[in-house]
Design a protein. Sequence first.
Length: 615
Amino acid sequence: MFRSASKAFAQVLESPRLTALRSTAGVTSRGPHIGNKSSSISRHISSEEDERSDEIVQTKHRRLSVIHDPSLNRGSGFSVDERERLLLRGLVPPRRQGLDQQIERVMKTYERQRSDLDKFQFLSLLMDRNTVLFYRILVDNFEKLAPIVYTPVVGEACQKFHAIYRRTRGMYFSLDDRQHFRTMVFNWPEDDVDVIVVTDGSRVLALGDLGCNSMNIPIGKLSLYVSGAGLTPTKTLPIVLDVGTDNEHLRDHPLYLGLPRRRLRGDEYIEVLDEWIGAIRLRWPNALIQFEDFSSDVAEVLLERYRYNDAPVFNDDIQSTGCIAVASVLASLRARGLNARDIAREVIVCAGAGSAGLGVCDAIAKAMEAEGASANDARAKFFILDENGLLGRERDMSNDSAARQKFQRKDLPDGMSLIEVIRAAKPTVLLGLSGVGGLFTEEIVKEMDKHVDRPVVFPMSNPSSASECTPEQVFSWTKGNAIYASGSPFENVELGDGRIGYSNQANNVYSFPGLGLAVTVLRISCVTDDMFLAAARRIAQLLPDEDVKKGLLFPRVGRLREISAEVGGAVGMVALEHGLVRKMPPTEVTQSLDGMVAYMRKNMWEPKYGHIVAE
Ligand SMILES: NC(=O)C1=CN([C@@H]2O[C@H](COP(=O)(O)OP(=O)(O)OC[C@H]3O[C@@H](n4cnc5c(N)ncnc54)[C@H](O)[C@@H]3O)[C@@H](O)[C@H]2O)C=CC1
Ligand SMILES: CC(=O)C(=O)O
Ligand SMILES: [Mg+2]
């Protein structure tokens, strides 16, 4: 038996049907002892594989270790050739099925899940089992599944992480690992990492300090990079920095998986971050690092510390949220029949003076300056409140960050309430980045509506329960007059007169995936504010006038791949202009924005089965 099986295998290897080919889509190598990638590669071309991509993956894995590697596993979808050469005969059911049949089975099982958290877990397990199938399903059903893998359900999944934990993904760097970070990075199996999303779990959405439970945030963000912008899944790395937690409930919980100690703060905290970033740069010098959900006391400090270190770093909550907020305001100007330069005439009231609120206001102020306003004139257009009311005249802000001090009003009393500020300022735009659900009451929105033709109301806090108001409320209070966008997704609203009240989603998901695509494809060395401004301008122009006039601000999130190509193109052109591109594209790509957008699209990873060849 053994001899004849070996003989049959040898015949397959020598079969004239095997053609020596090198894929234009590239060759990757997976499994232990990564081999010489230039060795000759054969693949079997037959009609059953027509739907496959040209990608060729070499592996030294055989038998169950192929099936247990999610990036190699094809479930019932292994080709005849793969079954033969990877020694899978008898280890998977006999009938070969394509992705379509696999998707049908998975989606039927998905629909049977009872709660959103069950759905989250079901998708996580699929991600752990079969990378291509997971991403095919996510890409094809993005609008339906994004609220599960991302906000709002990811918030609940973080709160319950310790209770529902099944399997590890990503890396944890804890205080117990100090002095080992530089060796630990080599425990990760991939030499190539394009994007890292890191959190210390100190402010997860509006859910507070979730410590080590926050791992689902970087995992969720990275799944959007892959599904929404075509980053390569194996080249993404989610990380949690466990520096303790001040969440007593978690810390005292017997199932909590992080260090049961108080959160480290001050200089020692910064030293840990320095050690961590040094270790990351040692192994992956070019990887884009996205800081995510760091509490406001450290978010800006860390951004300023690392952003100009000749390697790409950005803070999603500050910069990328600023980008989508600018895009939202610019698109709303179009909706109101105004021009981009009119941004300098907007009057902005922002509830929330944390890193997200300040980041958003700073980005809008810079967009005003880019349209000709002086820094002082731009600043005068902002009225920012925190939990103690307006940042006004009497407030002692000597120990506050420069970003907060910049927005102190010297002309108005400190602590004015939101309704008082609305009465005094008569804003055109009301922003919510407070994390306080229901903060925008009927009185507040109606007061705003009195002074403007079309009030622009953007409750941007996440998850949905933290939204400052819902679209139903705003459209009913303003008789359908408002322009609305929220951080988490809501359904559109029937206005009863044949019109629809559009509930746009002003979430940074519109910007960070495309930015990451551009940084990866062009190996951009530094992420700048100009890149986010260019991306915002592009996003604001994506819909035709007739849609925007109705109150739709940008394409729905289901079209994220197209949007990310546009964002990537805009970012790429700025990077070229500023000499920040380390991997030059062909000259024709650099000639126009359209060329750059097409180049981004061409470089996206597609979730299709390629060809696995035995090494
Ligand atoms: N839509 C999006 O893409 C994004 C949304 N966000 C959301 O923004 C929110 C804030 O994030 P951070 O700034 O990092 O949090 P943070 O907790 O640092 O800031 C919250 C701010 O709101 C203020 N605040 C609390 N109660 C208030 C009240 N009653 N009136 C006015 N202000 C009040 C606090 O004083 C603080 O200044 C979170 O809900 C987060 O999910 C953050 C990033 C992106
Ligand atoms: C969307 C996001 O990054 C946040 O709410 O923190
Ligand atoms: Mg965030």
